[in-house]
Design a protein around this ligand. Structure first.
Ligand SMILES: C[S@@+](CC[C@H](N)C(=O)[O-])C[C@H]1O[C@@H](n2cnc3c(N)ncnc32)[C@H](O)[C@@H]1O
Length: 191
């Protein structure tokens, strides 16, 4: 898709306004061996310090772009699909999921895969824009999503991600809504 090359350019004002702050807050909880799902252009990479990170990203162009952001950190980027993770059970201490459940076609399946590869007692850290709790705004998200998907790498504005995570019986230990309830930040303890 042509807008892949411009992802960072378009996201920069949003990152500066609030997203980077939310990412930092989320990643403070990241520990041990980390799996990042759908790492895109590697926006989270500069927020890792002495972590060991495996990042999966199915899109080669985005993977290549993200290589520039490694800067000597212990980050390995590989091709991968969150719906069928090519890792053993209980392999990671932390799984990082930012702005990606909105895009993965079968995001429920990917959540179950994330649960499988994360150690019991490990952390699943989620930052997603979500379906609005206000019905009129949720309807607006439904109306905008078909067009938005075409220009925003398949992103759905209207997914009820928090409710789906709750329905799959994840143990959410911290749940915060930000930016007019449009963004959810979740710390999940894998059970
Ligand atoms: C909006 S971008 C977010 C990138 C990054 N996580 C961030 O926080 O900026 C969504 C990403 O999800 C990736 N993606 C889409 N389907 C996927 C799948 N099945 N498995 C893993 N990643 C996927 C896309 O290639 C894209 O990089």
């Amino acid at each position: 898709m042509s807008n892949k090359c411009c992802y960072d350019f378009f996201m920069d004002p949003v990152e500066k306004a609030f997203l980077t702050k939310l990412r930092k807050k989320l990643l403070e909880e990241a520990k041990g061996k980390i799996l990042e799902i759908g790492s895109g252009t590697g926006v989270n990479f500069e927020l890792y310090n002495n972590h060991q990170v495996v990042a999966i990203e199915p899109d080669k162009k985005l993977r290549d772009e993200s290589l520039k952001k490694i800067n000597g950190r212990n980050i390995t980027i590989i091709s991968g699909d969150a719906e069928n993770l090519d890792f053993d059970d209980n392999e990671f201490d932390t799984v990082v999921v930012t702005l990606v459940l909105c895009t993965i076609p079968d995001y429920k399946k990917s959540l179950l895969e994330i649960k499988r590869v994360c150690k019991k007692g490990g952390k699943i850290l989620v930052l997603e824009h979500v379906r609005h709790r206000n019905k009129a705004l949720a309807l607006l998200q439904d109306i905008l999503t078909p067009g938005w998907k075409k220009i925003a790498l398949g992103c759905h504005l209207n997914r009820p991600t928090v409710e789906v995570i709750e329905s799959l019986d994840f143990k959410i230990v911290n749940k915060e809504y930000h930016i007019g309830n449009n963004f959810a930040l979740l710390e999940i303890e894998n059970n």
